[in-house]
Ligand binder design. Structure first.
Ligand code: F6P
Length: 328
């Protein structure tokens, strides 16, 4: 029979994402509901090593559901890559009688959590929080929906000035090695071309497509470029290449950067985070460990952490076709 945890710690790790606060709130309040003590670890795994751990109760998480960023702060800890660092972290948890850990983050954070669980036998549950949506075992990560909306809004604004000056804009968006953000915002913002790592369009096809676009009467254009695109040139070199080969175009580059990670979480992300936090606590109560909570077809599911880390979150090929036809 599963032994109900007595004291759960929660931390956020890796790049922050809108909705992480809603997930922390959900974990804390779910613990309260089940009469489990809860503590927050500040600055991710680094705080775990340094013992930066404080008790949280239902009132500690008032008024954070609508806030971007993470109340617990986040960090990428190099010390946690070392055995000694993880041993120190385990000692800190034991000293506080913490018997389970919930990690909100991306695949790097889950890798750390999985190794920690194996070495120190502390049950770990992951909640996927990253704007990149690049995690296997969930159709949506916390923060992805908000980031899509932020980026579409930014591109809409860029389009206004692009039209006024008859310019071609290259807009670089985040996503690490995945093209989910680029592909979706590209369609949502009506981009003429979308460059993603999963699909190598090639420079010649891009030139051809922009030539066609000009001929068809378009006076301004937006090309969305995923930061991990493999076309072989960075966004500035790409812009230069197009200007040299298509002198009719006046080209500008806009790298959206970290504005994509901030801001008020969307309702979708708040609800998703609330569901995932509860599911994570319930899973620990059921004796589950080394799994990640996810959403698939609208339902909460669990995926072993090793699968979540190794599996690939594929882009929807259908979206490429939609984009191709919409840009005629
Ligand atoms: O994983 C989230 C993310 O924002 C990626 O899209 C981006 O490549 C990376 O983090 C940026 O990391 P940092 O904030 O450490 O520069």
């Amino acid at each position: 029979m599963a032994v109900k945890p007595k004291h759960i710690a929660v931390l956020t790790s890796g790049g922050d994402a809108p909705g992480m606060n809603a997930a922390i709130r959900s974990v804390v309040r779910s613990c309260s509901h089940f009469n489990i003590k809860c503590s927050g670890v500040y600055r991710g795994y680094q705080g775990l090593i340094e013992g930066d751990i404080r008790t949280l109760d239902a009132r500690s998480v008032n008024n954070i559901i609508n806030k971007g960023g993470t109340k617990l702060k986040s960090a990428r800890s190099l010390d946690f890559h070392e055995k000694e660092g993880r041993a120190k972290a385990s000692e800190n948890l034991k000293n506080l009688d913490i018997d389970a850990l919930i990690v909100i983050g991306g695949d790097g954070s889950f890798t750390g959590g999985m190794i920690f669980e194996r070495e120190h036998k502390i049950p770990v549950i992951g909640i996927p929080g990253t704007i990149d949506n690049d995690i296997f075992g969930t159709s949506h990560t916390i923060g992805y929906d908000t980031a899509l909306n932020t980026v579409v809004e930014a591109i809409d604004k860029i389009r206004d000035t692009a039209i006024s000056h008859n310019r071609l804009f290259f807009v670089e968006v985040m996503g690490r090695d995945a093209g989910h953000i680029a592909l979706n915002v590209g369609i949502g913002a009506g981009a003429e071309e979308i460059l993603i790592p999963e699909e190598n369009l090639g420079l010649n096809r891009l030139l051809e497509s922009l030539r066609r676009s000009k001929k068809s009467g378009k006076s301004s254009s937006i090309v969305v470029v995923a930061e991990g695109d493999k076309i072989g040139k960075n966004v500035f070199e790409l812009a230069q290449h197009i200007e040299q080969n298509l002198p009719d175009y006046e080209v500008r580059v806009s790298v959206l950067g970290h504005i994509q990670r901030g801001g008020t979480p969307s309702c979708f992300d708040r609800v998703l985070a609330s569901r995932m936090g509860l599911k994570a606590v319930e899973s620990l109560i059921d004796g589950v460990s080394a799994h990640m909570v996810g959403i698939q077809n609208g339902e909460m599911i669990l995926t072993p952490l090793n699968k979540a880390i190794k599996g690939k979150s594929e882009i929807k090929r259908e979206l490429i076709r939609v984009s191709d036809i919409m840009t005629l």
